[in-house]
Every structure is written in C-alpha cells, then in structure tokens.
Design a protein around this ligand. Structure first.
Ligand code: AMP
Ligand code: ZN
Length: 308
C-alpha cells in the first residue's frame, strides 16, 4: 500500500554549500543540492560511473556522443564536455536524422545548437541518404525498425570516424527497465553498461547508467541545454510503462533503484556472445543476419522493377 507521507532522506539544505533555496532533491542521490551545486554532483556521478565500469582506457580518447536531441544525451554531452580536460577527452557528436517530420527537424536543430554552443563537431547521418525511410515492416513496429536503423548507422559512423567508443544517453531507469523486461521473458543475461566492440562494431558506453531520468531533466534545465521536450510522434508511452515500477519502488524505499541494479548485475549472467558478423551481401557492411537492417528495409521499400 503506497504512502503519501514523503520519506525524509536528507535535510532541507544543500549538502555542499548549505543553501536552502531552490533545492534539487533526488532520492537516488540521497542528498539535496542547490541549483549551483547540482551540476557538479551530476558530473561527479558520471565520472564515478566511467571509472567503476572501466569505460575509458588509459590515454587519449576520442569519443562520439550519440546526440538524439532529447534531454538525456544533451546532459551526457555537456557533462563529458565539462570533464574533458580532466579525462583527456576529445569529443564529437553524432546525430541521426530519422526523417520523421517536424520532430526530426527540431531534434537536428537542438543537436546543432548544443554542439555549436560547446564547440563540438557534429556529424549528421540522414536515414534518407541511405535510400530508406522509417515505417513499420511486417510484424516489426515502427520503433523497432527505427532502433535497428539507428544502431546500424551508429556502428557505421563510429567505425568510419575511428572513434574509440560511441557513448549513448541510456539512463539508470532505461537500464532497470531493460533488465526487468529480460527477466519477465525468462532471460537471465544482463544488459551491460559497456559493450566491448569488435572489428565490426565500435565500443559502446552508457555513462549515464547510474543516472536517473529525473537527474538528466534537472541538469538539462539548470544548464539550459537546447533539447526537444516533445517525444517523437510515434512514441508509445507503453514502451516505458515498466519504469513506473521503479518510480514507485524508489518512492517507498529511497536508493532502491541503485541497489537493485547492483544486485541484479551480480545475480544475472553475462550476455551470450553474439554470432559472428559477416559482410551484408548487398552493401558489404557487417551484419549478424542475412542482410543488414538498412538493406532489408530497402528491399521492402523499393518497388519491383517496372513499377517505380
Ligand atoms: P532511446 O532509445 O530513444 O531511449 O535513445 C537512447 C540513446 O540513443 C539516446 O540517449 C542517444 O544517445 C541515442 N540516440 C537515440 N536517438 C538518436 C538519434 N536520432 N541520433 C543520435 N543518437 C540517438
Ligand atoms: Zn546491407
């Protein structure tokens, strides 16, 4: 039975400077911060996540940040940019223009505004330049087609640009939801905050793996980062409904999201190794299936000869 009584997990002042006005209270942080001190706490959490999961190797790093135009990846890019001297980071950003009308144009605008403010080079990949558009295919919903195309373009851009890794803005809530979805379908392999990469895939990092969605929202607002608020027109709230489970749990037992992720990481197994990729017979890009996702889409969307 839920309780309306707020749980006291910190006192009424900023843990760093003692300010009492405009506090950011996130139970996942276990402490309150004022708006001036919160960005530093956010960046320190990103730093400790990078270290904890050994996301960066020694030396110099050129990281490509996958910048969707939404709040999470905007916060990620800004936090890494703030840490760039300390971590010896060189940053680029990658935006994939999905060709989904006004939403895509606004997302590209947000990515352009943010990267030009920070002086970070932006690479734009347009789905349309690959001769396809995003739509449902057979039993695959629009969002799964979109996800497959995004992953394929991210891999291609990451390898082509020679980045040491591609970083995405997946959050703690995304991670927990992904774990729960796997558990509910009988899978015991844990999604990982770092994917090692191979000859065909760049390394992938999720430096916000311990950062709740709400923290990204606060950070983006405080740092006034350009981003798109409205979701994609095809966004289905159903896709994210399991996040409510963790929101309720966190409200009943502060810090439980972080504890749960730690326990599940110990209890779940490593993912099985993926099958070896081979060149797509149509475009030569690596694929784990018969043809790569882009060529599969092209096959469906190209009318047979004589019917164009
Ligand atoms: P989502 O699957 O929409 O929750 O996105 C997860 C992460 O993937 C984002 O935080 C970004 O890092 C990346 N991403 C999603 N969409 C795009 C896009 N259109 N361009 C570049 N990166 C993206
Ligand atoms: Zn192909």
């Amino acid at each position: 039975m839920a309780t309306d009584r707020p749980l006291a997990f910190h006192d009424g002042s900023c843990t760093r400077c003692g300010a009492t006005e405009g506090l950011v209270r996130l139970s996942e942080f276990g402490k309150a911060y004022c708006r001036d001190c919160f960005p530093d706490a956010f960046q320190r959490r990103v730093l400790s996540t990078l270290r904890r999961y050994e996301m960066l190797r020694k030396g110099h790093h050129h990281i490509g940040v996958a910048l969707s135009g939404g709040k999470d990846s905007a916060a990620l890019l800004h936090a890494l940019w703030s840490l760039r001297w300390r971590l010896n980071l060189r940053l680029s950003a990658l935006h994939i223009h999905l060709g989904l009308g006004e939403y895509s144009d606004l997302s590209l605008r947000a990515a352009t505004d943010l990267t030009s403010r920070l002086g970070v080079p932006l690479i734009v990949e347009r789905v349309a330049d690959h001769g396809v558009h995003i739509e449902p295919v057979g039993t695959f919903a629009q969002c799964s087609v979109c996800g497959a195309v995004r992953r394929a373009l991210m891999d291609r851009a990451g390898l082509r640009e020679g980045w040491e890794a591609v970083a995405t803005g997946h959050t703690l809530d995304d991670w927990l939801q992904q774990m729960l979805k796997r558990l509910l379908t009988g899978r015991l392999d844990a999604p990982k905050p770092v994917l090692p990469g191979d000859a065909f895939h760049p390394r992938k990092l999720k430096p916000l793996s311990l950062m709740p969605d709400d923290a990204c929202r606060e950070y983006t607002a405080i740092a006034d980062l350009p981003h798109v608020e409205t979701p994609c027109v095809h966004f289905s709230p159903d896709t994210h409904r399991l996040k409510q489970v963790f929101a309720l749990l966190e409200s009943l037992a502060p810090s439980s999201k972080t504890q749960l992720v730690n326990t599940l990481m110990k209890a779940m197994k490593a993912p099985p190794p993926g099958g070896p990729d081979r060149p797509c017979p149509e475009c030569g890009q690596p694929t784990g299936t018969d043809v790569c996702p882009l060529c599969r889409l092209k096959r469906v969307q190209t009318p047979p000869e004589g019917q164009a």
